[in-house]
Write a protein that binds this ligand. Structure first.
Ligand code: 5GP
Ligand code: ZN
Length: 111
């Protein structure tokens, strides 16, 4: 999609620190990390948010598989996966992405 930051990262038009890639997903380091490891996992195809993604079962499964593949590759045993949906809870990039956070203790519920 034109003018989408994460579509541009997927296309290689904007540089990123790639961590993991498979047929359907790209995972790259967040530039403002909230944990020692903070990786964003995105479908290569554009979806606005998790509700939009959920209408395409194959793509939704692909993103979940990508999160699992990233975790296996990086040796994450304990990690948190977050989807922000809507500006009111902090979504700032409207190309669905999973935040995968690892490398420090995290309480529940989150503060
Ligand atoms: P959101 O706020 O939409 O849930 O998450 C967007 C995330 O993208 C934020 O954590 C922010 O730090 C990250 N981000 C914003 N711009 C860039 C960028 O150009 N490159 C990378 N790698 N991350 C970005
Ligand atoms: Zn996009």
């Amino acid at each position: 999609m034109a003018d989408c930051l994460f579509c541009k990262i997927v296309a290689g038009e904007i540089p990123s620190t790639k961590v993991y890639e498979d047929e359907q997903c790209l995972a790259f380091a967040d530039t403002n990390p909230q944990a020692p490891r903070h990786v964003l996992v995105v479908p290569k195809k554009h979806f606005t948010d998790i509700g939009d993604l959920g209408q395409d079962a194959e793509a939704a499964a692909g993103l979940v598989a990508g999160i699992g593949g990233l975790a296996r590759q990086e040796g994450f045993t304990d990690y948190r996966t977050v989807f922000n949906t809507g500006a009111g809870v902090g979504q700032s990039v409207f190309h669905v992405h999973a935040h995968v956070l690892s490398g420090r203790p995290m309480g529940w519920p989150p503060g």
